[in-house]
Design a protein around this ligand. Structure first.
Ligand SMILES: *Cc1c(COP(=O)(O)O)cnc(C)c1O
Length: 434
C-alpha cells in the first residue's frame, strides 16, 4: 500500500475498513475538554468494551436471583463457566477448544505451566529465554530454577541481540538452543517482546526445542489478540497470556492457557492440582485421588472468578465477531501506516531524533522508538496533544494502534502532533520551570 500523510487518505482508509464500526463498541478516555484521546496503549491496557457492563450485570443478577444455585441454574451456570470462553479463546490463539482454558492470572499460570513442563534433572536443568524479558517472567523463571535447587546464573541462559542490534536474530536463537542441547530443560520465550515489539518465530523456536527433546513454552501477553497464532499446528507445548492488553478485558483480569493436546489429554502429565480441574462429572463427589478433566481444563485449580471472566467474555465476543484474521490483516496496514508517519515526521522535523527499534519484518501492532535525551519531552508533548503512548525507561516510547478500535485517522493525528514538536533547550526549560 502507498501511504500518504493526509487526513483525506486516512479517512479513505477508515471508510474502506470493514472493522471500523468496532471502534464504537469501546469507551475512549477523554481529555479535559472531553475530547476522546488518541489511544495507542492497547499493548498495556486495552480499552473497555461497552458491552462489558451488561455481561457483568448479568452475573450479578444471577447471584442476586439464585444465590448458590447460580452454579447450576444461572443463565451461564458457574459450574462450568470457563466453557463459555473456550471456543472464542481457541480461535484467537489457533488451538483446539480442549487445548485452552481461562483461569487465574498470567504469572500464576506461568508457574503452573512450569510445574508441568520444567522438570529438571542434574544434567538437563537449564532454561533458555530472551534477555530483558518482562520482569514478572524473569522473576518466575528465577524462582523456578532456585526452587529446584539450581543457581540462577548457571541455570538461566539469557539471549541478547548482537552488539549494535535491537532484535534477536532467529538464527542466533536456534543456534543457541542447539549449542546448549545437552543441558537444556526448557525453551521459554515471549511471543512479542514487550519492550522492542519484536515478534519471535514461534514455530522455528518450537521446532528447534523439539529437535533436542525439550518442551517450548511461550508468554503471549503481547501476542494474543495481536498477531496470527497457530499454537496447535506449530506444536507449541504450552503458552499463557493475559486478557487485559490487546484482549481488552480490564486491569489485572484473568489469563488464558494453552496446553497442546498431546500433553493435555494425557492424565499422566504432571501438574499441580485443585478441585476445579477434577473430572467434571465427578467433581462434586469430593473423593480422594485426583482424576483430571481431559484437556487444559484439567489444570484448573479454583472455581472460576466469574465477574472477571464475564468481562473477558464480553471482549471475546467482539473478537469472534470481528474475526482474528481480519484484525491481523488490518493491523498490518495500520502499523505500516504508523511506521510511515513516524518516518515522514522525522524527515520533516529535525527536532525528532529517534530510531525505530522494532524490526519491520517481525512486528505486530507495536512500534517502539528509541529516543535521544529529549525523549521525555517528546513523550510529554504527545500526552499534551491528546495522544496516549507509553514511556519505558531509560528512553523508549511504545505505541500500539489496536486494529479493534484504532483508526487510520488516529495515526494521522499522531503525525500532526509529531510535526509540532520542538525541543526545549535546557536553558529555556529551566527558566520556564523556575
Ligand atoms: C503484561 C505481562 C505480564 C503481567 O503478568 P500478570 O501476572 O498479569 O500481572 C507478564 N508477562 C509479560 C510478558 C507481560 O507482558
Amino acid at each position: 500500500m502507498v501511504f500518504q500523510n493526509t487526513r483525506t487518505f486516512a479517512m479513505e482508509q477508515d471508510a474502506a475498513d470493514n472493522l471500523a464500526p468496532f471502534r464504537n463498541e469501546f469507551f475512549f478516555p477523554t481529555d479535559q475538554q472531553q475530547h476522546p484521546m488518541v489511544y495507542f496503549c492497547g499493548n498495556s491496557l486495552g480499552l473497555q468494551p461497552k458491552s462489558a457492563q451488561a455481561f457483568l450485570q448479568s452475573e450479578l443478577e444471577d447471584w442476586h436471583k439464585w444465590g448458590v444455585e447460580g452454579h447450576f441454574h444461572g443463565k451461564k451456570p458457574w459450574f462450568h463457566y470457563h466453557k463459555f470462553l473456550t471456543d472464542h479463546t481457541a480461535e484467537i490463539v489457533g488451538a483446539k477448544p480442549h487445548e485452552v482454558v481461562v483461569m487465574n492470572q498470567l504469572t500464576v499460570n506461568l508457574h503452573l505451566l512450569m510445574a508441568s513442563f520444567y522438570r529438571p534433572d542434574e544434567e538437563r536443568f537449564k532454561i533458555i529465554m530472551e534477555a530483558g524479558a518482562f520482569p514478572s517472567d524473569m522473576y518466575a523463571v528465577q524462582s523456578q530454577v532456585e526452587f529446584h535447587g539450581f543457581d540462577y546464573d548457571e541455570a538461566v541462559i539469557e539471549l541478547a541481540p548482537r552488539e549494535g542490534e535491537f532484535a534477536l536474530r532467529t538464527e542466533d536463537i536456534l543456534a543457541a538452543i542447539e549449542e546448549h542441547a545437552d543441558n537444556l530443560a526448557l525453551v521459554f520465550f515471549s511471543g512479542v517482546q514487550y519492550y522492542t515489539g519484536q515478534v519471535f518465530d514461534i514455530p522455528a523456536i518450537t521446532q528447534a526445542a523439539h529437535k533436542i527433546g525439550v518442551p517450548a513454552g511461550f508468554d503471549l501477553a503481547h501476542a494474543a489478540g495481536n498477531i496470527d497464532l497457530k499454537l496447535h499446528e506449530w506444536n507449541v507445548d504450552f503458552a499463557a497470556w493475559c486478557s487485559y492488553k490487546y484482549l481488552n478485558s480490564g486491569p489485572g483480569n484473568v489469563s488464558g492457557v494453552f496446553i497442546h493436546e498431546r500433553h493435555a489429554l494425557n492424565p499422566e502429565t504432571p501438574r499441580l492440582a485443585g478441585w476445579w480441574g477434577y473430572k467434571e462429572d465427578k467433581r462434586f463427589l469430593m473423593q480422594r485421588g485426583y482424576e483430571p478433566e481431559p484437556g487444559a481444563a484439567g489444570w484448573q485449580l479454583s472455581n472460576a472468578p466469574v465477574f472477571g471472566m464475564a468481562v473477558h467474555a464480553a471482549s471475546l465476543d467482539l473478537f469472534h465477531k470481528a474475526g482474528i484474521q481480519n484484525l491481523v490483516a488490518k493491523s498490518k496496514n495500520l502499523t505500516g501506516y504508523l511506521d510511515f508517519i513516524l518516518k515522514e515526521s522525522r524527515n520533516h522535523n529535525s527536532d525528532l531524533r529517534f530510531n525505530i527499534i522494532t524490526p519491520d519484518a517481525a512486528r505486530g501492532s507495536q512500534i517502539s522508538i528509541l529516543t535521544d535525551e529529549h525523549g521525555k519531552q517528546l513523550f510529554d508533548h504527545l500526552t499534551k496533544n491528546g495522544i496516549v503512548v507509553d514511556w519505558r525507561e531509560p528512553n523508549v516510547i511504545r505505541m500500539a494502534p489496536a486494529a479493534m478500535y484504532n483508526s487510520f485517522e488516529d495515526v494521522w493525528k499522531l503525525g500532526q502532533a509529531l510535526a509540532g514538536f520542538r525541543i526545549i533547550s535546557s536553558e529555556s526549560a529551566s527558566s520556564t520551570t523556575a
